[in-house]
Design a protein around this ligand. Structure first.
Ligand SMILES: [Zn+2]
Length: 176
């Protein structure tokens, strides 16, 4: 189900550049209309087989999936093992890990209120979580000057409501 609405504000004016005189070939087209459009859209989206990951984040628990055949553990979770195509199962992880690589970003598109609330720069981190076979990309909230590859990090959970469930978590420097 989706709904959308468009509101417009109309402004009319005549654009007349300084050089325009009686021989202005565009004279008949100088009156312009400027409209301001506001588009709002709401839609329902199923998180499908990934739902438990977000449900557990809301419970302040971190889950990946483990392949029932090759034992590889996926974070973010994958319902199907990309290596051997077996169905995976949920496995709880401690949420600690090591920073493998990162980027300091001084600009982010303001996709939602979660991002708008962040102050720049932000750190996009790729973390190898303990017990996982894959890298997990997410925000690392830390002083960029104090960040280095190999440092220990851990999952921190949101205390306030978020607009998108991926922001129920982020990484912070490990307390241990
Ligand atoms: Zn597998």
């Amino acid at each position: 189900m989706s709904s959308a609405s468009v509101e417009s504000v109309i402004e009319q004016k005549t654009v007349q550049p300084a050089w325009a005189g009686t021989d202005d070939p565009w004279e008949a087209f100088r009156q312009v209309e400027i409209i301001t459009l506001e588009l709002t859209q709401q839609y329902r989206h199923s998180l499908g087989k990934y739902s438990r990951f977000f449900i557990e984040l809301a419970n302040k628990q971190f889950y990946g999936t483990r392949c029932s055949n090759c034992e590889r553990v996926y974070t973010p979770p994958r319902p199907l093992c990309p290596d051997c195509l077996h169905i995976t199962g949920w496995t709880r992880l401690p949420g600690t890990g090591a920073l493998m690589t990162y980027a300091v970003m001084h600009f982010a598109s303001e996709v939602n209120d979660d991002v708008r609330r962040m102050s720049m720069p932000i750190i996009l981190a790729y973390v190898l979580l303990d017990g996982s076979s894959t890298l997990f990309p997410h925000l690392l909230k830390a002083d960029p000057q104090a960040v280095h590859t190999g440092m220990r990090v851990q999952v921190a959970y949101a205390d306030a409501p978020v607009q998108h469930p991926i922001h129920l978590m982020h990484f912070v420097a490990s307390e241990a």
